[in-house]
Write a protein that binds this ligand. Structure first.
Ligand code: PMP
Length: 392
C-alpha cells in the first residue's frame, strides 16, 4: 500500500538546526533558523505575553471549541493592528489561522477554488512558499527581486516583469523584512509597485511575518494599508509567531480585501475550507494575543518589547558590519546595514558557508543567509573574525 513512498528530502533549515544541536563545540553559533533570540542568546518569553498568560490561567475556563473563523476578540484586534483606522471596512474579512503558514495554505486553497493556477513569487523567497503553494496545486513562478552579486533590489526588472503579467495574476509580496534577503523596497519603490499592481489589475498576496522588525510596527505594514486605501483587492497572511514570540502556539490570520463581493460570502467559503481540514483553530495562543492587544497597558508593553527586539537586531547588524570592517573582511559589508529584519543575505558563497560550519561551528543557511538575532555581544566578534578569515 505505502511501498511507493520513497525517502523524502529533509528540510534544509531544520536539518541544519539538528546539526547545530549535535555539535559539541563550546563556541558554536546558530545563525540558521529564523527565531528571534535575545541578547543572552535565549528565546524570549515577552513580559506582555507572560502577563496575559497568567491572567488566562487564573480564569480556569473550560476548553470549548472556538468558532471556525476564530474568536471575534482575536480577529478584531488583529485587524486593528494590521489596518489601523481603516479596519472597519466592510469589504475586509479576517480569519484566524495556524500561524502565517496556515494562512498561506488557506489562501492558496481559496485561490485554487477560484480557478487560479499560478502564483508569482520573488526570487529568492522563503523556501516554504514554494512547498506550500505547490502542494495546494498552484504552480510557483518567480519574478526578479534581488541581485546577490551587487546586493541590490532589482526594482526595474521587478516592475518590468509585473507589467507583463496577465490581468488577475497573483503576486506574492513581502511587505517588510523580506525573507531571505532582508532587502525591502523604499516607500517610493512601493508606490511604483502598487501603481503597477493597480494598472495591471494584479492580485497581491501579502505575507507579513515580521511586522515591527523592519522600520516599526506601523511602517512595516504600510504597503498593505496603501493597497487598502487604493481599494485594491488582496490577500494577506499575517503571523504573530516572531513579534509575540508565540511560535509553537501557531497564531496567525488570513485577511481578504474583496471590494467586488460581500466579504461575508468569502468568509463562508474560507470557513468551509477550514472545517474540512482542521475544523477550527487552537485557542490558547490566540487568547494570549487577544489579551495583549485588547488591554491598553499590555498592548503598549508589547509594542515597547517589539521595538526593543527591532533595535537589538539593528544594533547587531551595525556591530557585525563594524567588526567585519575592522577585520578586513573581503565582503560587500554595506549590504548588511542596508538590509532590514531578521535576515541578511551576506553574499558569502556556498563554499564559505560550508567552511564556516565545518571549521568554525558557525551555522548559516545557503546561500549565505544569516539570522541576525543569532548574534550577541558574546559571539559577534568571533563571527566577524571567522567570516573575515574565510573571505580574505
Ligand atoms: N512567511 C514568511 C516569509 C516566513 O519567514 C515565515 C516564518 N519563517 C512564515 C511566513 C510563517 O510563519 P509561521 O511560523 O507563523 O507559520
Amino acid at each position: 500500500m505505502f511501498s511507493s513512498i520513497g525517502p523524502s528530502r529533509p528540510d534544509p533549515i531544520m536539518s541544519l538546526m539538528e546539526q547545530y544541536l549535535a555539535d559539541d563545540c563550546p563556541h558554536k553559533v546558530n545563525l540558521g533558523i529564523g527565531l528571534y533570540y535575545d541578547g543572552e542568546g535565549t528565546l524570549p518569553l515577552l513580559n506582555s505575553v507572560h502577563e496575559a498568560q497568567q491572567r488566562l490561567m487564573t480564569q480556569e475556563r473550560p476548553h470549548s471549541y472556538p468558532p471556525i473563523e476564530g474568536q471575534a476578540q482575536f480577529r478584531e484586534a488583529v485587524q486593528r493592528l494590521i489596518f489601523g483606522h481603516s479596519a472597519q471596512q466592510t469589504a475586509l474579512t479576517t480569519l484566524q489561522t495556524l500561524g502565517g503558514s496556515g494562512a498561506l495554505r488557506l489562501g492558496a486553497e481559496l485561490l485554487r477554488q477560484l480557478g487560479v493556477c499560478r502564483i508569482h513569487l520573488p526570487d529568492p523567497t522563503w523556501p516554504n512558499h514554494l512547498a506550500i503553494f505547490s502542494v495546494a496545486g498552484l504552480t510557483p513562478e518567480s519574478y526578479p527581486w534581488y541581485d546577490n552579486a551587487n546586493g541590490e533590489l532589482l526594482i526595474d526588472a521587478l516592475l518590468d516583469r509585473l507589467a507583463t503579467l496577465p490581468e488577475g495574476s497573483v503576486v506574492l509580496l513581502h511587505p517588510a523584512c523580506h525573507n531571505p534577503t532582508g532587502m525591502d523596497p523604499s516607500p517610493d519603490q512601493w508606490r511604483s509597485i502598487l501603481d503597477t499592481v493597480e494598472r495591471r489589475r494584479l492580485l497581491p498576496f501579502f505575507d507579513a511575518a515580521y511586522q515591527g522588525f523592519g522600520a516599526g510596527i506601523e511602517q512595516d505594514i504600510a504597503p498593505v494599508r496603501q493597497a487598502l486605501e487604493r481599494g485594491l483587492p488582496f490577500l494577506l497572511s499575517h503571523s504573530l509567531s516572531k513579534n509575540m514570540a508565540l511560535y509553537g502556539q501557531r497564531v496567525g490570520s488570513l485577511s481578504l480585501h474583496c471590494p467586488d463581493v460581500a466579504a461575508i460570502n468569502v468568509l463562508g467559503t474560507l470557513k468551509g475550507l477550514v472545517r474540512s481540514s482542521y475544523s477550527c483553530p487552537p485557542t490558547f495562543g490566540s487568547d494570549i494575543a487577544a489579551t495583549v492587544l485588547n488591554d491598553a497597558a499590555l498592548h503598549q508593553c508589547w509594542r515597547d518589547e517589539t521595538e526593543a527586539m527591532r533595535l537589538r537586531i539593528l544594533a547587531m547588524r551595525q556591530r557585525l558590519a563594524t567588526e567585519l570592517n575592522a577585520n578586513g573582511a573581503g565582503l560587500d559589508i554595506g549590504r548588511i546595514t542596508r538590509q532590514r529584519g531578521m535576515f541578511s543575505y551576506t553574499g558569502l558563497s556556498e563554499q564559505q558557508v560550508d567552511t564556516l560550519r565545518q571549521d568554525f561551528s558557525i551555522y548559516l543557511v545557503n546561500p549565505g543567509r544569516i539570522c541576525v538575532p543569532g548574534l550577541t555581544e558574546r559571539n559577534v566578534d568571533y563571527v566577524a573574525a571567522s567570516i573575515a578569515s574565510v573571505t580574505r
